[in-house]
Design a protein around this ligand. Sequence first.
Ligand SMILES: *[C@@H]1O[C@H](CO)[C@@H](O)[C@H](O)[C@H]1NC(C)=O
Ligand SMILES: [Cu+2]
Length: 185
Amino acid sequence: MALAKIAVIFLMMITSLFGVSMALAAVYDVGDTVGWTIMGGVDYRKWADHKDFHVGDTLVFKYSNQYHNVKQVSQKDFLSCNATSPIATYATGSDSITLKSTGHYYFLCGFPGHCEAGQKFQILVTPTSLRRMPITVLSPSPSPSDDETTSTITFTSTAPPLYSSNFLFAFKLFAFCLVLIGFSF
Ligand SMILES: *[C@@H]1O[C@H](CO)[C@@H](O)[C@H](O)[C@H]1NC(C)=O
Ligand SMILES: [Cu+2]
């Protein structure tokens, strides 16, 4: 009986932790249901706008590889629709690209005329939400005569979305504690 309780509690713990990590990594279908094409009237720039891309997120390109491909290129090549020296090429027709580092990513289709027709977009990948939690910065003392006690501690925090994930995490911990208490009676 006690063993069963422990097993259930352990399961709850795993799922709550898993839930948190799920909330941190997003999967984006490029062009949503239309996919990666020039026929669907998708404005890929608009599609990418107002989305927050973080390290660990995944882009999924779905297309017919007879007619399209995916090339990650430099900013210069992106601007001129030059697909001759890509950073990476994907051509399976169902490509999952995990964004492994921060910075700008430029994507275009390497088939003639497609990039010019608008099959291109750029994104800015920012650090994951967990790493964007408030950072504690210890400023140095204003003058050498001051001792450590006069040092100021300032809290700097970045963009607001992190609060929602912090809140979610706190909520899950709270829910988990409730379950734990429930099981101990
Ligand atoms: C495309 O890029 C390659 C390599 O950077 C360069 O040699 C070529 O001249 C470029 N083509 C055009 C049309 O700009
Ligand atoms: Cu194409």
